[in-house]
Ligand binder design. Structure first.
Ligand SMILES: Cc1cc2nc3c(=O)[nH]c(=O)nc-3n(C[C@H](O)[C@H](O)[C@H](O)COP(=O)(O)OP(=O)(O)OC[C@H]3O[C@@H](n4cnc5c(N)ncnc54)[C@H](O)[C@@H]3O)c2cc1C
Ligand code: FES
Ligand code: FES
Length: 493
């Protein structure tokens, strides 16, 4: 197909985006790739939002974005250090400065004050904003929901109990309408009516920065037109991996093409019993989807163990797959679930089973200019045993040392399907050949758990690194297997 660059919008006309900041409309020419946190600090001189780690780990930079979702308005907490400001188009960003002031504290701030929930105070704005998103969304959330909303906020003075007490008091005594200010409600109408298509963000001549062009196509055709114009461009979904590379490793990405403004890629639906998960569907969308919690309970559970609420609000499953880290948490489970990837380029659509997708360390079967358009999950048979275990040093905001998933099916006491997939033990996520050969077509009564555990662990030679030694990883493989097999074999049949 021949491309005519003149068809693309003139840069000067499309170099600014429109959004709302603390109740005020903003039309701004942005530096492409600038994080929301840097924009708040450098352009708006709003320093209430703090920067500590600059890589999504601490939550000090948490702000809330309000945006249209399924004809309602969602309020979500995000890590502003990782959220490209170009994504703010059509959204409302709410920062600590607007919630209250020293004379008129917001009820959340008042509660923190009364429960002594703030000591050095550096983390406090982040906690307040996480709570604001929580209480704008849920009426009387329970303790588990409160903990999940706050898991991405660190307080180095360990004031957690006081902070939880403050949150508990708000949960018991307030409803969303008492906590979301009127000026937020007024902007909601404008967000619902917002129709302007996304703009492209282009670096002005001679300006410095790690990104020259941040392109935000509004449909797939424009996406592939942009790619034809910029064949070295990199796709960006949530940006939770890419922005860390920019912030910490100062990686330069001359051109980024954002997938999240394309309606075709934001689809999460069931068709012919299969679940389709589009490229820009976030972890949070997945977690709150009934098809996932009912049809794929292990995926539902695993999502709650990935990163933090702030990251799950904009990180994507497809980004996890495309990133192809050997410790990407979703990958072993998707392998045992037999996920199929629908890949799309300008000229073709093809399907690749996820088991064939990872070809070498961080290399995938994706061709240049091809995107993962969606992940397709077939239903798992009723009698299938599917489980996943993540071993990391902390429960939240931690990358796995080893992550494994297992699927077993049996018929009349004979194993008909046996798959054990692992992350963190080889250069790619991997399926154990030994496990399948030791288990398939075997009688349940003939399985020697101890022998299987040792034989499978011996198949791998994991590296030693900061997350664990090789021996520790071997032990984890054996222990995961032991847990799965004993649980599976103990079920009365
Ligand atoms: C603090 C923190 C904690 C984290 N914790 C975890 C964790 O517990 N477990 C875990 O597995 N990961 C974790 N991550 C990593 C990250 O959040 C996930 O890998 C996430 O799923 C990446 O998705 P994204 O949409 O943000 O990807 P992006 O950063 O947008 O993209 C990642 C890569 O995939 C490519 N890409 C994205 N989407 C597509 C697509 N549809 N087609 C083709 N290419 C595409 C991009 O070009 C890029 O190379 C964590 C990250 C942070 C910062
Ligand atoms: S500054 Fe730590 S998460 Fe953003
Ligand atoms: S009060 Fe949170 S880090 Fe000190």
């Amino acid at each position: 197909m021949k491309h005519n660059n003149e068809k693309l919008p003139a840069e000067e006309l499309h170099n600014q985006i429109t959004f709302y900041l603390n109740g005020q409309q903003i039309q701004e020419v942005l530096a492409p790739g600038i994080s929301t946190l840097d924009w708040l600090h450098k352009q708006k001189h709003l320093h209430g939002t703090k920067c500590s780690c600059n890589e999504g780990d601490c939550g000090a930079c948490t702000v809330v974005i309000a945006f249209r979702h399924n004809e309602t308005i969602a309020y979500e907490a995000i890590n502003s250090c990782l959220y490209p400001a170009a994504k703010l188009h059509g959204k409302h960003i709410i920062t600590i400065e607007a919630l209250g002031d020293t004379k008129n504290l917001h009820p959340i701030q008042q509660s923190l004050l009364e429960h002594h929930g703030t000591q050095c105070g550096y983390c406090t704005p982040g906690f307040v904003m996480s709570m604001f998103a929580l209480f704008a969304t849920f009426t009387h959330p329970n303790k588990e929901t409160i903990l999940s909303a706050l898991e991405g906020n660190l307080c180095r003075c360990t004031g957690y109990q006081s902070i939880l007490d403050a949150a508990q008091e708000i949960a018991e005594n307030f409803i969303p309408d008492q906590l979301v200010p009127q000026w937020c409600r007024e902007i909601e109408k404008q967000l619902l009516e917002f129709e302007e298509s996304a703009a492209m963000v282009v670096k002005p001549k001679n300006a410095v920065g790690l990104v020259n062009r941040y392109l935000t196509p509004e449909n797939l055709k424009v996406l592939f037109d942009y790619f034809a114009m910029e064949p070295d461009a990199l796709f960006i979904a949530g940006g939770t991996d890419l922005m860390v590379q920019m912030n910490i490793n100062r990686k330069e990405y001359p051109v980024l093409i954002d997938l999240t403004g394309i309606p075709e890629l934001n689809k999460l639906y069931q068709q012919a019993d299969c679940l389709h998960i589009g490229a820009s569907v976030t972890y949070n969308q997945l977690y709150t989807c009934d098809f996932v919690s009912q049809g794929y309970p292990e995926l539902h559970k695993l999502i709650s163990q990935i990163a933090s609420q702030q990251i799950r609000n904009f990180g994507t499953l497809c980004g996890n797959i495309a990133n192809a880290s050997p410790i990407g948490d979703s990958l072993p489970l998707l392998m045992v679930l037999d996920a199929n990837l629908r890949l799309q380029s300008e000229l073709e659509i093809r399907h690749v089973p996820i088991r064939d997708f990872f070809v070498a360390y961080r290399q995938t079967a994706l061709h240049k200019g091809e995107i993962i358009r969606e992940v397709i999950l077939a239903p798992t048979p009723q009698n299938a045993y599917v489980k996943c275990i993540k071993s990391a040093k902390r429960k939240s905001v931690d990358i796995s040392a080893v992550i494994t998933a297992m699927r077993l099916e049996q018929d009349s006491g004979t194993i008909t399907n046996a798959i054990f997939a692992l992350g963190g033990v080889a250069s790619t996520p991997i399926i154990s050949k030994t496990f399948t050969s030791l288990m398939e077509n075997k009688k349940l009564t003939s399985i020697d758990v101890n022998q299987v555990c040792h034989a499978v662990a011996d198949e791998f030679a994991p590296l030693s690194d900061v997350r664990g030694s090789s021996e520790y990883r071997h032990t984890l493989i054996r222990n995961h297997l032991d847990l799965y097999l004993k649980e599976f074999l103990e079920v009365p049949r």
